[in-house]
Ligand binder design. Structure first.
Ligand code: 5U1
Length: 666
């Protein structure tokens, strides 16, 4: 291809990407890749100026406005910024300024975070907000006045306590969404079955370009202003003076904006912003460095699409595209089996990324991710890389869809996805990937309560292959422990003693210690009661028997049955009994005076808290419920009892005072 053809291909490609980014809000390449293409074109055009055309993407400021909105002409074009991709390029920017200004002098700069949102212009006449627009193509923007009015940070009229309102004030700035609000918004959308936004920028852009401003009003949009447009009836001598007056007028100005005395100060600020980028509450993709003095800005002037007195110091990209070379399964410490994409390694934000979690099969299906797909990867605020989307346009014909198997990649045992959950889990007690965490839980205070077996010691026991599952704990001897790092003989003996002591336990502690999914302390106690402390009956119970137990639903019942269906689990538990674990029965039948009775507490109790009352009822075989129904046996009414009391009267449920309840306990 000759140079002219190459230029034409690049132009077409860039124009297409521009359209997708600005008009469709659906880019298929990262910003960094776009910048690289634009630079490639700039270099070629600089070398061959005879091929520059008026419609080249290098010659224009932005993109077309959406036709659905009316348009607003910007009195002064909304320029974009030249980019500095490195510190050297920032220094180069400064040198060019020095050259143009001639004399040696100190130049003050203002350094601002470059927000990743949507640039807008707000127009105020005599202190009143009259209209607002997007940047559009830099000359003409979309009229989004109604939508902008819904953003609380944008003043509808200026505060004029310290400075009168000018006849005309045009303020430019960025509408954006904070990281925490973005998460909330996406959670809400997910819960409502709506598609989630890929990033805060898309969410902000999508929200601002709603034709119905009622929808915009429900979106958590923020605004920071950073630039003047046309001004009448007011004069400023510096950018900092302008920003400070904006604050007085009631505009939000980013508190991170700093004035520095020279270019070294500006570079330090730029670097500092880059290191703090991930802890800021909003996404930024660089810094903007501006000459502070308006007279110097005037002297420096503007190029066709950007001012000479400002530059965007870009950070290392946090979004890149790459190829999914394979998808494998990985099992975590909690038994969660997750699909992980093996990527063609790519540098994102200065870090090489070669693996990215795909979370679960639902997520893979939702994003339609396949092996050999090209995907957009991002390291978001929380630094964990994620797949933003598949670039389906680049999908090869032989791309391979992925379906998770139901085998644990570590131990080969069957995995299950509990109903209502998205994540598949391996429940094998001896699964090597989970053994450390399982043992940490097994020895914990409310489980087997084995003192002295901390995380570090468990790590050593597992790594030295002394322990593969809990039963091995009961095979340990003091000499084995004493041979471990930082372990005195006395401590070793104490631990053996604690292990020995733990053998006398209860049904509910032991069941809780097993770490069966969804079987916490409370359910363990419920099961203890239901099976009367008989572990063999529990181990062989079927789904129907389990579901018949109050407080055991179908999900828990299914999880328990699948847990015991794994022979390895039965073996480990039987080993524990053969090694001396005994479950004492601590259920005193004569005390089960509330067996199968349901209580509802209402109003405030004087002699005990609601929680204590509930525990008492449960310890005596009863059940405490939050609402009154025909199944309620007793309502205990304290002072100020309200609607539950009324309902109990209506349904003819026995109502007792707190005193009468206490008499029953006696
Ligand atoms: N913070 C900030 N962002 N930003 C973007 N300042 C700023 N200034 C801009 C742009 C496009 O332009 C002016 C320098 C003209």
């Amino acid at each position: 291809m000759n140079i002219q053809d190459t230029i034409n291909v690049l132009r077409k490609e860039l124009n297409d990407h521009n359209y997708r980014y600005y008009v469709l809000d659906d880019p298929i390449i990262s910003d960094a890749e776009y910048d690289r293409l634009l630079r490639e074109l700039q270099v070629l055009e600089n070398e061959h100026p005879e091929y520059i055309t008026a419609d080249s993407p290098t010659q224009r400021v932005g993109a077309r406005p959406l036709e659905a909105f009316g348009t607003i002409q910007h009195r002064i074009p909304m320029m974009s910024l030249a980019n500095a991709m490195s510190v050297d390029e920032i220094l180069n920017f400064h040198e060019q300024i020095m050259r143009r200004l001639g004399a040696e002098r100190q130049i003050e700069y203002v350094v601002e975070p470059k927000l990743d949102g949507l640039a807008v212009e707000l127009i105020y006449e005599n202190g009143q907000f009259v209209s607002g627009s997007t940047r559009g193509d830099g000359t003409t923007g979309e009229n989004i006045t109604q939508n902008l009015k819904t953003i609380r940070g944008i003043p509808l009229s200026l505060r004029t306590e310290s400075q009168p309102a000018p006849e005309l004030l045009e303020v430019r700035g960025e509408v954006f969404i904070r990281k925490n609000n973005f998460k909330k918004l996406n959670n809400q959308r997910e819960a409502a079955g709506e598609p989630v936004f890929a990033n805060p920028r898309n969410a902000a852009a999508g929200s601002l370009r709603q034709l119905d401003s009622n929808i915009t009003a429900t979106r958590p949009l923020s605004f920071f202003c950073y630039q003047a447009g046309a001004l009448e009836g007011v004069h400023f001598t510096s950018h900092m003076e302008f920003l400070s007056t904006l604050k007085d007028w009631g505009f939000p100005v980013n508190p991170e904006i700093k004035k520095v005395n020279n270019i070294d100060g500006a570079i330090s600020c730029h670097k500092e912003l880059e290191t703090r980028r991930n802890v800021l509450p909003y996404e930024i993709d660089g810094s903007v460095i501006k000459v502070n003095d308006y007279a110097l800005q005037e002297a420096l002037g503007v190029r066709s699409r950007s001012p000479r007195w400002a530059i965007a110091g870009k950070f290392k990209a946090q979004q890149e595209t790459t190829i999914i070379e394979n998808i494998v399964l990985s099992v975590g410490r909690t038994g969660a089996v997750t699909p992980v994409a093996k990527l063609r390694p790519v540098k994102v934000g200065g870090v090489i990324v070669s693996n990215v979690t795909l979370h679960n099969q639902d997520e893979i299906n939702r994003k339609d991710i396949r092996i050999d797909d090209t995907v957009l990867i991002q390291r978001a605020g929380d630094v964990i890389p994620q797949v933003v989307k598949v670039i389906t346009e680049k999908r090869p014909l032989n791309s391979r869809p992925f379906q998770m198997t139901n085998k644990c990649p570590e131990c080969g045992h069957e995995v299950h996805t509990p109903e209502g959950e998205a994540v598949a889990r391996c429940q094998n007690l001896s699964c090597a990937a989970q053994v450390k965490r399982r043992i940490e839980h097994f020895v914990s205070k409310n489980a087997m309560d084995i003192d002295g077996l901390g995380e570090k010691l468990i790590d050593q026991l597992v790594e030295k292959k002394l322990v593969h599952s809990f039963d091995d704990l009961y095979r340990l001897v003091a000499d084995q422990l004493a041979a471990l790092d930082r372990m005195a003989e006395k401590s070793a003996a104490n631990i053996i003693l604690a292990i020995e002591k733990s053998k006398q336990t209860t049904f509910h502690r032991f069941i809780y210690a097993l770490g069966i999914r969804n079987v916490g302390e409370h359910v363990s106690k419920v099961l203890e009661k239901a099976f009367d402390g008989d572990i063999s009956a529990f181990m062989s119970a079927n789904v129907e028997e389990l579901e018949a137990i109050d407080e055991v639903g179908p999900v828990v019942a299914d999880t328990i049955v699948k847990f015991w269906a794994d022979d390895e689990n039965v073996k480990v538990v039987n080993n524990c009994f053969n090694l001396g674990i005994t479950l004492e029965k601590n259920i005193n039948k004569t005390e089960q005076i509330f067996k199968d009775k349901t209580f509802v507490f209402t109003g405030s109790l004087e002699s005990m808290t609601r929680k204590e009352a509930k525990e008492i009822v449960e310890s005596l075989g009863g059940r405490a419920s939050a609402s009154v129904s025909t199944k309620t046996d007793y309502v205990i009414a304290g002072a100020g009892a309200g609607s539950k009391f009324k309902k109990a009267v209506e349904l003819g449920v026995t109502i007792l005072s707190e005193k009468e309840f206490q008499d029953m306990l006696k």
